[in-house]
Unconditional design. Structure first.
Length: 268
């Protein structure tokens, strides 16, 4: 990642939270601790942020604290071909009339293009997914109520009695910060709370992750691998990760980003 892009991510992160640690910034940028410390020192000298022990903080503290994780605008530019192939393979699982949940994320957002030719009942907590499907498809769209988090472009509610409990779906499509032996991982407790409610409203959980997510680790476990029915990823999935999914009796679909259409294989 180029220095300017790292600096943009760092400055965005410190505007979301009171203090961002070096470890957090390494996860957001995939850079080493030494690189991040140099970036923080540079931005501190430029008076764009304030260096603190173990991390950085904004010169002017944020009035509204956002969610942990890389911003949507940054994520959507990364591994785009892989995400498009994964999303195409996901939509191939959908049939007209299906009720589905699409959780917010940059990989799940890519589902909106192939979904243009479908007529499904879609429930989503993603503002851009809902907007695109309304404008460019015949799908029925329902959205959750709550606060719109600008950086991640998702709508989250802290209340148990929201509309989520009234929607049942055949499948839920979602991404994750990381996938490991303990299960799906996320970085923010509020995301965990909202996504667990959605998972409870579906028969099958379909996880859309590019192969880099098998090397990522986050501090919070969203759900165990046993709750996942299908994982769709790209050809870069390590053999060890594929074996892990097979051992958990999860169907694996590998989407080819180099072809016009995705290719699938199953391991269960």
């Amino acid at each position: 990642m180029h220095e300017k892009e790292r600096h943009r991510i760092i400055l965005s992160a410190v505007q979301e939270r009171p203090v961002v640690t070096v470890v957090d910034l390494c996860a957001l940028t995939d850079a080493s601790e030494a690189t991040i410390r140099r970036d923080i020192a540079t931005l501190h000298m430029q008076k764009k942020l304030r260096r603190v022990r173990g991390g950085a903080e904004a010169i002017t503290p944020p009035k509204f604290v956002g969610l942990a994780g890389r911003p949507f605008a940054v994520n959507e530019t990364m591994r785009i071909k892989e995400k498009q192939a994964i999303a195409r393979a996901a939509v191939e699982l959908c049939e007209d009339g299906d009720s589905i949940i699409i959780n917010g994320g940059t990989t799940t957002f890519q589902m909106v293009h192939p979904l243009a030719s479908r007529r499904c009942q879609v429930f989503t907590n993603s503002f851009p997914i809902a907007e695109h499907l309304l404008k460019h498809s015949k799908n029925t769209v329902m959205v959750s109520g709550g606060v719109i988090y600008r950086e991640q472009n998702i709508i989250l509610s802290p209340f148990d009695n929201d509309v989520t409990r009234n929607f049942y779906a055949r499948r839920m499509f979602m991404g994750a910060q990381g996938v490991g032996p303990l299960g799906l991982m996320e970085a923010d407790p509020l995301l965990i709370q909202a996504e667990q409610k959605l998972i409870g409203q579906t028969d099958e959980l379909v996880v859309l992750v590019d192969s880099s997510k098998f090397a990522h680790r986050s501090p919070l476990v969203l759900c165990p691998l046993e709750r996942v029915g299908t994982v769709i990823t790209d050809e870069g999935i390590p053999d060890k990760a594929a074996a892990m999914l097979e051992a958990a009796d999860i169907t694996l679909i590998v989407a080819s980003s180099g072809a016009a259409q995705s290719e699938g294989g199953a391991a269960s």
